[in-house]
Ligand binder design. Structure first.
Ligand SMILES: Nc1ncnc2c1ncn2[C@@H]1O[C@H](COP(=O)(O)OP(=O)(O)OP(=O)(O)O)[C@@H](O)[C@H]1O
Length: 486
């Protein structure tokens, strides 16, 4: 297990900072990993990260240190994620896209443009016998909803989890890209759909968390195996102190939602680093952001965090909080592994029944390794009952079928419980009626006795009261007795 890579980046002072607060900066660099930070009260803190990118650092430096190793891994089916974090206006989007996704010059190009080229270059220099497919998706989390930036009609994408593929965005648009130019066009149209607004800190502030997903799929024909690596770039919306930025109305609502999800991210990081080795609850489900980043933070991914900061003393509190976030994140352990899926091309090639049985056996064997004996037995029985164990083509097929069967079983159990509840209610009502009839019958007995003792004077009166009270339909035998008594 390795720690996630954490870097800090300080952008140059903005002209607004220079004009309003002068040239005072809050950092003093020591080397490429260490610097001294001075807070508002002139107190000094020493920070140490995997790499520090000072004001004069180049976009290419950030790419080569942070992204290139992760891109190489993604092409080898190891998932990787890069997250930019920091105060609004600190340089997250600039690091990701440069000043403009399509128009930036070579020197200003951000991680995205370089990553697209890097992915194609890595693929080009890979083994020729392997067939690569590169797919791209892009979503944003805006006001706690996941929106598909390649198809705006999908404005509430659901997050699902598969045991094999991890966290999935259900129904998200995935386009195949065959060259860098095509990729850049898709990127640019997705970026144009992003929620951007003007804040006091930033003329073009991202009001959403943006997630770029590149999936590198490789088909190893010899062994009928598909390997898949995901390279994910996350441009977080900036944290902001609303009382300082004077946000109002829509901007205020957006800021509150952004801050809430960033604090959920902080809580997940705290939980992941608090009690090492202890199986504590990690609150991934507290926000869409943490749920989507679940694999990147707690599981099968090589992850890097770029903490973007303003160097201005006027923003020292926000920068200090960003750097402390980075320090905490540094303690997260990641354990990425190569993802591979065995492919059964039986359906495609009309394989014999024997091959299918072999494949089923192999899948069951794999499942057996993951599940308890009891679970496997139950699964076998359920599949047989449901008649769906005829053509499983992959572990995923089987897992989906398993989920389906579990869902159906739970639904039918729920239905049975509902039916039983109805029956209980009916029986209770019937019971009440029977009890009241019994009470009425007992009172009739008493009345009969009273009538015998006192004569018939009050009898008719009482009898009519009783009829009204209990809505009793007199049995024929009782009527006969009554008549004889009257
Ligand atoms: N390293 C840098 N070199 C030059 N200019 C930069 C650098 N980083 C950021 N800037 C400039 O600073 C401004 C704010 O940067 P950016 O939009 O990237 O901030 P952000 O962190 O993404 O903010 P938000 O969270 O509000 O979207 C932009 O005008 C950008 O061009």
């Amino acid at each position: 297990m390795s720690n996630i890579t954490v870097c800090a980046r300080f952008r140059p002072l903005s002209s607004k900072e220079k004009t309003n607060f002068g040239n005072s900066v809050c950092i003093r660099g020591i080397d490429s990993e260490t610097f001294i930070f001075k807070d508002e009260k002139e107190e000094e803190f020493k920070f140490c990260f995997d790499r520090v990118f000072y004001e004069n650092s180049e976009q290419v430096d950030v790419y080569e240190f942070l992204a290139l190793p992760i891109i190489r891994d993604a092409v080898n089916a190891i998932n990787g994620t890069i997250i930019t974090y920091g105060q609004t206006g600190a340089g997250k989007t600039y690091s990701m896209e440069g000043p403009d996704i399509l128009e930036s010059d070579e020197h200003q190009k951000g991680l995205l443009q370089r990553a697209v080229n890097g992915l194609f270059e890595c693929i080009k220099s890979s083994e020729e016998s392997v067939k690569y497919t590169l797919k791209f998706s892009m979503v944003e989390i805006y006001m706690e909803k996941v929106r598909d930036l390649l198809d705006l009609s999908k404005d509430n994408i659901q997050i699902k989890e598969s045991r094999v593929q991890g966290i999935l965005l259900s129904g998200v648009t995935e386009i195949s890209i065959s060259d860098p130019a095509e990729a850049m066009q898709s990127l640019s149209s997705g970026i144009a759909n992003r929620a951007v607004g003007e804040t006091q800190m930033n003329m073009a502030s991202s009001r959403s968390h943006c997630i770029y997903i590149f999936t590198v799929q490789q088909e190893l024909n010899r062994v009928k195996r598909v390997k898949e690596g995901k390279f994910v770039l996350v441009d977080l919306a900036g944290s902001e102190k609303v009382e300082k930025t004077g946000a109002e109305g829509k901007v205020l609502e957006e800021a509150k939602t952004i801050n809430k999800s960033l604090s959920a991210l902080g809580n997940v990081i705290n939980a992941l680093t608090c009690s090492p080795g202890k199986a504590n609850h990690i609150p991934y489900r507290d926000s869409k952001l943490t749920r989507i980043l679940q694999d990147a933070l707690g599981g099968n991914s090589r992850t890097a965090l770029l903490c973007c900061c303003s160097p201005s003393s006027s923003n020292a509190p926000e920068s200090l909080s960003t750097l402390r976030f980075g320090t905490r994140a540094k303690h997260i352990k990641a354990s990425p592994r190569a993802n591979s899926r065995e492919e059964n091309s039986a359906r495609d090639h009309g394989a014999s029944y024997a091959t299918k049985v072999e494949s089923s056996e192999r899948i069951l064997h794999q499942l057996r390794e993951r599940l308890d004996f009891e679970d496997v037995k139950l699964l076998e029985e359920l599949f047989t009952l449901e008649g769906i164990f005829f053509e499983p083509n992959s572990v995923e097929d089987l897992e989906l079928a398993y989920e389906d069967v579990t869902f159906r079983t739970i639904s039918s159990l729920k239905q049975a419980v509902e039916e039983l509840t109805c029956t209980v209610e009916e029986l209770n009502t019937e019971n009440k009626v029977l009890k009241s009839r019994m009470a009425a019958a007992q009172r009739i007995d008493v009345l009969l006795k009273e009538t015998e003792e006192n004569g018939n004077a009050s009898f008719l009166h009482k009898i009519s009261d009783l009829r009204k009270l209990a809505s009793v339909v007199w049995p024929f035998s009782v009527v006969k007795i009554l008549k004889s008594k009257l």
